[in-house]
Design a protein around this ligand. Structure first.
Ligand code: MN
Length: 274
């Protein structure tokens, strides 16, 4: 299968076999991201002439981001700058998270509810140039909703994705990738009730995702949630592929209160523990 990226679609990179480092929800935690990348062996420098970040990756590695680069945290614009530069240099790929998508809709001029940390991102972005903000808008518009890699053996999607939809592109697949399945009902806090798609997952591809903060990376069937809630005072986590080693850095402080408690439900053993 050839690589292709239909706009806002799925990105098929089955010929890319890794190794990869996949990074969980960053939510503007720029300093923790730099520290995690450094601990993974990336050398990040800022080229002041070009006004670009540059990265030297450890031998053969590429980065993948599960999305939700922005909102709630202290420095969403620099996270965007860094990831945009790394994507442009071919060092990284990124899928869209629901927060990235909402920022995109706002920057495109749509009316959205300014809450859940978007107010902070907009305030931070107001100190940046118009041309940078247009670049951000274009970058977010072109983000795929999921990426299929390594002959279909690895799938990265922000909220995960059931096997039937791997490599498929439609409005509803996109919705699932960004928000995950919900049952249409609200919980006592007025938040949509999220369904545990991973509990029913029977696919052969490893699905790496984020979206719902967990205390520890959560293994369930052949899926792993690596959103360890850095912005909520947890950790920023990376998983390597194909050897599935976890690495994380603790957040420097709690930047936001989580409305949902961190998920602590029963989980499978990691492949290493089995
Ligand atoms: Mn998130």
């Amino acid at each position: 299968m050839d690589s292709k990226n239909d706009l806002e679609g799925n990105l098929i990179l089955t010929e890319k076999h890794g190794p990869f480092h996949i990074i969980g929800d960053v939510h503007g935690c720029f300093d923790e991201l730099l520290m995690l990348l450094q601990s993974l062996g990336y050398r990040i420098t800022e080229n002041n002439d070009l006004k670009k970040y540059e990265a030297v990756a450890p031998e053969g590695y590429k980065l993948l981001f599960v999305g939700d680069l922005v909102d709630r945290g202290p420095n969403s614009p620099e996270v965007l700058r860094l990831v945009m530069d790394l994507v442009e240099q071919g060092v990284a790929w990124c899928v869209s998270g629901n927060h990235d998508d909402k920022l995109k809709r706002k920057l495109q001029g749509n009316s959205v509810h300014i809450r859940h940390g978007l107010e902070l991102t907009l305030e931070q972005l107001s100190r940046y140039s118009k041309s940078f903000i247009s670049k951000v808008c274009l970058f977010l518009t072109e983000l795929p909703h999921h990426i299929v890699l390594d002959e279909g053996k690895l799938v990265v999607a922000h909220a995960g994705l059931a096997e039937t939809y791997h490599g498929r592109h439609s409005k509803s697949v996109r919705q699932l990738c960004l928000f995950g399945p919900t049952n249409g009902e609200l919980d006592h806090l007025g938040l949509p009730i999220r369904l545990d798609w991973a509990a029913d997952y029977t696919g052969s591809a490893l699905v790496v995702y984020g979206h719902t903060p967990v205390k520890e990376p959560r293994w369930k069937n052949n899926t792993v949630n690596i959103d360890t809630g850095c912005v909520f005072g947890g950790r920023l986590t990376a998983i390597s592929y194909p050897d599935l080693q976890l690495q994380s850095v603790s957040s420097f402080t709690c930047y936001a209160e989580s409305m949902r408690p961190f998920l602590e439900s029963q989980q499978d053993k990691s492949p290493q523990e089995k």
